[in-house]
Design a protein around this ligand. Sequence first.
Ligand code: CUA
Length: 334
Amino acid sequence: MFDNFPLWPDRASTIAGNVDALFIFLIIVSGMMSLLVFSCIIYFAARYRARKGVLAEHIEGSTPLELTWSIIPMFVFAAIFLWGAVVYFQERTPPRDATEVYVVAKQWMWKLEHAEGQREINELHVPVGRDVKLIMTSQDVIHSFFIPAFRLKQDVLPGRYTTLWFRATRPGTYHLFCAEYCGTQHSGMVGSIVVQEPAQYEAWMNTNQNGPLSGTGQQVYAQLGCASCHRSDAPSRGPTLAGVFGSSVRLEDGRTVTADENYIRESILDPGAKIVNGYKPIMPTFQGLVSEEQLNALVAYVKSLSPAKPGEAPAKTASVTEQSNTPAQGSQVE
Ligand code: CUA
């Protein structure tokens, strides 16, 4: 319908329809309210205009009227809030078995690395109909990852991870923009999302020359000598990393935190920030010693030490990545 009159960008993700429906609802409500207000202005201006010999009436407030125009909008706004919250939580909650892609933004390009090891610049290949989770960070300033066709936008910040997820619904090539002014060539920081049929995607994946990202992480882990402290045989100087990812960790100060990507990242760059209960703050910082790419690889490696528990196992359509999703078998922390 909008082919020759593109009011909307392509709709190519599962969330796009929900976002559009909410947006259209907001436009209709706003339009109706504007119409109502302007109709009243015109009507009252005519009805109560100054006329010779007619004295203006003094009108007191009306409680029923005021209640009506307070309570009805309250329900309308509450509905908008609830609807918005539902869509927001859908958009913000990545499914556990999503394929993972690490994104590093820099002035002025997007560097992407699939968990399987495939690397790309300013281009992201994804399969149609599969959940994809992006784990994003910046190595300089704030950028913003924006895919209009997926109705997704998320700031990409230096010093921490932010995430996005989507499931593409239609093969094709879609715009990727940077949506945060990030310097002189911000407007050129563009790319494309290439959505492929699973077979095509598999063929593309098979051109992969690098091993899985977690394998790279394992090498970095070895180079940095992490294993000399993070041993599985107690007593060791550092907590074992097997099974840590996704678990609840009790800290020295009594807090309990969930070991997610940001926790792993922080523990590498700022080890003193969250000391695991029962351990001493002796780990040195690796700030400046590892690149963003190496950090991502380390995070992927630590993740690979926590296999998905039964019941939440990566299931169904995951055939494409099956071999490569279980990389670090037998690579226990020594
Ligand atoms: Cu990166 Cu704008």
